[in-house]
Unconditional design. Structure first.
Length: 115
């Protein structure tokens, strides 16, 4: 299983970024996918998740109405569109899946929103 994130960077408050995660090594369309984030000095928290084929989504309260998770089963990718970014969104963002009783994580991508 391999998860590779891309799309992080530095963006001014109120701006937007789109993260992508390229997945391989497991039956992508049958697996739920998630994005987590870990702010500096804090733990890793769930940001958003999307179910497999049905595409049902779930969001953490701080990002509801600003972030949108989507998946593209044809090319094994999951994306996170982040709008109206705020300094509190500064974190390393990780792609995640659970497969054969194991958690799998990408290497993370840094998102920085200066105050």
């Amino acid at each position: 299983v391999q998860l590779v994130e891309s799309g992080g960077g530095v963006v001014q408050p109120g701006g937007s970024l789109r993260l992508s995660c390229a997945a391989s090594g497991f039956p992508f369309s049958y697996n739920a996918m998630s994005w987590y984030r870990q702010p500096p000095g804090k733990g890793r928290d769930l940001v958003a998740s999307i179910s497999s084929i049905g595409g049902n989504t779930n969001y953490a309260d701080p990002v509801k109405g600003r972030f949108t998770i989507s998946r593209h089963n044809a090319n094994n990718t999951v994306s996170l569109q982040m709008d109206r970014l705020q300094p509190d969104d500064t974190a390393v963002y990780y792609c995640h899946t659970y497969y054969r009783s194991r958690d799998y994580w990408g290497q993370g991508t840094q998102v920085t929103v200066p105050s």
